[in-house]
Design a protein around this ligand. Structure first.
Ligand code: AMP
Ligand code: GLY
Length: 420
């Protein structure tokens, strides 16, 4: 088979690497990819949002399956475009990607289906939103309705912060994403990421992972796309069962009834509260960096599962996982998340990647005359496996210590909730 992965981050590197390891696969392409992906797949210089070029490439190269990594092309309808042109694609349609594209849609769905989540209100003007906040008190959470690149959520601890977040949204800070907002109850607990492949009707749970969203050690500093992930994690089999029964399956049924069958990877962002798991949000794709940690634990061939998801025969597929632990530590460019510095040279990658049970996924790099340069905010995802999380973590940091890159930094405490 010939498979095209769309995207250029660490998640897409992990997917391309996993797909390239499948005996079913003859060739893997990635659009646009990055310098690390180029070692495992053939990168083609097409932007993930350039739908006509992607379709033309797939026709020219007789691509058998397209795997779309990031949310923006999914919410923009890339899968619809591909399928309309007779090209098989893994990922939700535009109508189904609304599970990530509109927080208000998800909250209404949760209310109808009795899915455990934070109490909420939807608002399209600041006066009513502020009155709601005044009545509820703080802490409270203010969210732009649409996609805001992870920056549309403010957990407000004071009334002033909440009101400022409401004003910012309605004054256009998030563009169209902020013309409507959701204000919701603050949930206390540990966060976790739960994934299931969904084929419109059936769902196959994957192993869960935990991410570290804040940029600094000890969960300090601004929120990021994710600074590191590990698996297994605090999601016990009992919690996973509850998430499947109370969230994933009712959501799938509701989406099918609404004429928006969800196919692809459904990512439930959970808060593990004292009253059980609650849904914080859905994403319509694999998590990044969770995917990197997950793919290192996957024992089965991923490709038949991707095909079965697309063909709606997921009930015939089972996935096996290694009983080992895995961890992905993100190395980011200095200045991330606000103003990452691009262009600095990264040395020592070969030595670091040669450490046992280590694989370095690239998230934002480019090659320049044989040198590897930083070309993004999150730049590398150093993943390692081990018999337990402590062993995996020690390997990941041993590899990181071999990377010579003064222009980058990482958190030194990934996995601390488990290991201390
Ligand atoms: P979201 O984009 O909805 O995942 O929100 C981003 C981050 O804000 C989450 O990862 C949580 O850390 C935090 N957050 C969102 N909603 C809540 C909530 N209701 N209670 C507490 N924290 C929240
Ligand atoms: N790691 C969080 C995300 O992928 O959204």
């Amino acid at each position: 088979m010939r498979i095209l992965v769309v995207g250029s981050g660490g998640r897409e590197h992990a997917l391309a690497w996993t797909i390239a390891n499948s005996p079913l696969v003859e060739r893997v392409y990635c659009a646009p990819g990055n310098a690390g992906i180029a070692e495992d797949a053939e990168c083609v210089g097409i932007d993930a949002m350039d739908f006509p070029e992607i379709v033309a490439f797939c026709k020219r190269e007789a691509i058998d399956l397209v795997v779309v990594g990031p949310e923006a092309p999914l919410v923009g309808g890339l899968v619809d475009e591909l399928e309309a042109n007779g090209i098989a694609a893994f990922g939700p349609s535009k109508a189904a990607a609304v599970l990530e594209g509109s927080k208000g849609f998800v909250k209404d769905l949760c209310a109808r289906e009795n899915i455990p989540t934070a109490a909420y209100g939807r608002f399209s003007d600041s006066g009513t939103a502020k009155a709601h906040v005044a009545a509820r008190g703080t802490p409270i959470v203010v969210k732009a309705d649409g996609l805001a690149a992870g920056k549309g959520v403010v957990v407000a601890t004071t009334m002033a912060e909440a009101n400022e977040a409401i004003d910012a949204a309605f004054n256009g800070r998030f563009g169209a994403a902020g013309t409507e907002i959701v204000v919701e109850e603050f949930l206390a607990g540990e966060e976790a990421s739960f994934f299931a492949l969904c084929d419109g009707e059936h769902a196959l749970p994957l192993v869960a992972a935990q991410d570290h969203k804040r940029v600094g050690d000890g969960d300090t500093g601004p929120n990021t796309g994710g600074m590191g992930a590990y698996s297994p994690c605090a999601v016990t089999p009992a919690v996973a069962g509850e998430v499947m029964e109370r969230m994933i399956l009712p959501t799938l049924r509701a989406m099918a009834r609404a004429g928006r069958p969800f196919k692809g990877a459904l990512y439930a962002g959970l808060m593990l509260t004292e009253a059980g798991p609650k849904l914080i949000e859905y994403n319509c794709r694999f998590g990044d960096p969770e995917c990197q940690a997950l793919m290192r634990r996957l024992q089965s061939d991923l490709v038949p599962a991707l095909l079965a998801t697309r063909d709606s025969i997921l009930n015939r597929v089972d996935l096996r996982w290694y009983d080992t632990a895995s961890i992905c530590v993100v190395v980011a460019a200095n200045g991330y998340p606000d103003a990452p510095q691009r262009g600095s040279e990264i040395r020592g990658l070969a030595a670091a990647g040669a450490e046992p049970d280590v694989k370095i996924f690239h998230a934002g790099t480019r090659a320049d005359s044989g040198r590897i340069l930083a070309d993004g905010g999150r730049v590398l995802g150093v993943t390692a496996t081990g018999k337990d999380l402590a062993a995996a973590r020690a390997r990941a940091y041993r590899a990181i210590d071999k990377i010579d890159w003064p222009g980058g930094f990482c958190r030194r405490d990934i996995g601390k909730r488990v290991l201390g």
